[in-house]
Design a protein around this ligand. Structure first.
Ligand SMILES: NC(=O)c1ccc[n+]([C@@H]2O[C@H](COP(=O)([O-])OP(=O)(O)OC[C@H]3O[C@@H](n4cnc5c(N)ncnc54)[C@H](OP(=O)(O)O)[C@@H]3O)[C@@H](O)[C@H]2O)c1
Length: 331
């Protein structure tokens, strides 16, 4: 039998209870209040992290409202996938991440409680070293949005030189990273956004930006290889019509569109949904692009943990430029 080296705890570092933002039951943003909840207990290959900042994503708000991933969540609900923080306990002495290391990643929410809390215990495969050039507030904005953008643009669409790609909601958390990844790999990017975001998206690498408040995107977009849709609904459906024969629609919001595959086939194109996967290896690659400056993360608003309800209202309003982040503790 092999002896497993002992974990590397920091004695007394984790109190039995911790501060969190929690919702007692599904409902509007005001359900999220300051709460004291049990601290997580690290097991197996998990890494226990003291959270400095938590990124806010639309799925957090949808879940709090009883949608999103609420079917698998338990209440009181502590939402939150994204975190940046400092390792407090790691699985064993030779594990690459050790107490004191700065890390970022995704929690196992909704199977465990989320990152709107002082501590999270996360699977080792969900956590990567934080890029040094990023503050914790910036790093917490990255994981879910960047892994989604990468999954759609690089893994599914296989972004490459000359590929014609339309990215809806280019100014959002996912969109502004998707535009940059696509441009980095040489795609010719068109994006949709409202007027005030047009110049910024051009700076990020979009060669054309359509102001969706002033015109329908079909008026100028056509014969595209790929559409990445971060809006859903009518925007997703109309996107089938701007693809070239055999082109692909990748739609990110969980769509109530049971006939999607049949509608795409009837239009002579392909369509798929997508679900983000926590992935430390890809996060490390993304971290290198953030470090080199080839890709930038934009934090729109920073709020404190006790302002989590306000953060959800902002995200639900649907016009965040980049990301909203909660400052959980001092670093
Ligand atoms: N399946 C997955 O794994 C996955 C992962 C991540 C996200 N998602 C989903 O993808 C969607 C986007 O996520 P996100 O984090 O990027 O959201 P977000 O940051 O909240 O998106 C906000 C952005 O949407 C833009 N926008 C709103 N309506 C628009 C429209 N009709 N056309 C073009 N742009 C529009 C806004 O730009 P303006 O201010 O210029 O209007 C704003 O910048 C959400 O539904 C989210 O739940 C799914």
């Amino acid at each position: 039998m092999t002896n497993i080296p002992a974990a590397a705890p920091v004695a007394g570092a984790v109190p039995l209870t911790m501060r969190a933002a929690a919702a007692a039951s599904p409902g509007p943003a005001g359900q999220l209040v300051d709460a004291t909840v049990p601290s997580p207990v690290r097991v197996g290959s998990e890494v226990l992290v003291r959270v400095v900042a938590a990124g806010v994503n639309p799925v957090d708000a949808k879940t709090r409202a009883g949608r999103g991933v609420a079917a698998a969540a338990s209440w009181p609900l502590v939402p939150g996938y994204d975190f940046s923080g400092v390792v407090v306990e790691s699985p064993y002495a030779a594990f690459p991440l050790q107490p004191g290391d700065e890390v970022y990643g995704m929690t196992a929410f909704p199977r465990t409680s989320g990152s709107y809390a002082e501590y999270v215990s996360v699977p080792a495969l969900n956590v990567a070293p934080k890029p040094r050039v990023l503050s914790h507030l910036e790093a917490a904005a990255v994981p879910l949005a960047a892994l989604t953008a990468w999954g759609a643009v690089v893994d599914l669409a296989k972004a490459h030189e000359g590929q014609r790609m339309l990215i809806h909601a280019g100014a959002g958390g996912v969109g502004h990273l998707a535009v940059q990844f696509a441009a980095y790999f040489g795609a010719r990017v068109t994006s949709t956004a409202s007027g005030p975001n047009i110049t910024w998206l051009r700076e990020l690498g979009a060669s054309a930006v359509i102001d969706y408040t002033a015109q329908r995107f079909e008026q100028t977009a056509s014969d595209l290889d790929v559409v990445i849709d971060a809006v859903g609904g009518d925007t997703a459906r109309r996107s089938l019509g701007v693809l070239r024969p055999g082109g692909q629609l990748i739609t990110l919001p969980s769509a109530d569109w049971p006939t999607m595959a049949a509608d795409a086939a009837a239009a002579g194109v392909r369509a798929t949904g997508f679900w983000v996967t926590p992935d430390a290896t890809t996060l490390a690659v993304i971290g290198r692009l953030l470090t080199s400056g080839d890709v930038r993360i934009r934090v729109d608003t920073v709020l404190s943990l006790d302002e989590a309800a306000a953060a959800h209202r902002l995200v639900e309003d649907g016009h965040v430029r980049g990301k909203v982040v909660l400052k959980v503790s001092d670093y």
